[in-house]
Structure formats: C-alpha cells, structure tokens
Design a protein. Sequence first.
Length: 158
Amino acid sequence: MTGTTATATTPTPTEDAGRRPAGRGFTRIAGWVVALVGAVMLVGGATTWGLVQSQLAAENITVAEDARWFAGDAVDGPLTAFSQADIINHHSLEMSGGLTYAELDREDPLRATVMNGSFLRASLFTSVLAFGVSLMAMGVGATQVLVGTVLARRGSAG
C-alpha cells in the first residue's frame, strides 16, 4: 500500500452518454400519472356537465318572458338556470310584498307558494353549482394533462 495512490476517474463524454441522470425515470412516471389523473378529471367533468345539462333540459323549463336575460329560452345550461332562478325570486318577492319565506307569517296563505319558489330557486342554483364544479374539473384536468405531458417528456429526454 505504500507508494500507490488511488485516483478517481471521471467518465468521458462518450461513457456518460448512455446514462440517464438520476430521477428522470421517476419524473417520467410521475408525469404520466399526473396526465392520466388529469384525463380522468377532464372526462369526468365533461360527463357531469352533459348529465346535468340533459337532466335540466328534460324538465322542459322555459325562462320566463319577463326575465332580465334569456327570456323565452330553454333552461339547459348554467346561465339560463341562473336567469330563471333570478326571475323566480323577483316573482316571489313581488307576490309577498318583498317578504321572504322566513319573514312571512306562519298563517299567511302565500307562504306555501313562496316556499315552493324558494325550493325551485335552490334546485336551479344547485344545477348552476354543478355546472361550475364540472367546468372547474375540466380546467384542472386539462392543466394536469399539459403539465403531466411536459413532465413525462422531460423525464424521457436525456
């Protein structure tokens, strides 16, 4: 052991060319997983949007003629559902003298009608919310597909 020294050798560029830097395999796999989850979210959001739209259209609701927006249109999307909910509120308040269901006397004969209006509005707003969540899922899903694809390609580059 005397007189000999160990020397470290560094690989030449040709020796290193065949090696993939550490972590590239994980990046590639993680990228494809992110993209796959994004695709599932995108499809799930689009499917939910279509389901809510078809069920809402099947109710054959038409936006009231005196609505501020979309008067006479079929209620089959988030904007028409919101418009119909808005005009139902307007009609309920007009009929009750500006009082909500909770403000009306328990014996007031209008209370049941105002309550039904309130329930209809809640149902329409639920569909508006479902459309919004579906759109958000599609947006997040599309973003994940893009980011995942970039990560997967970056992990494959070497």
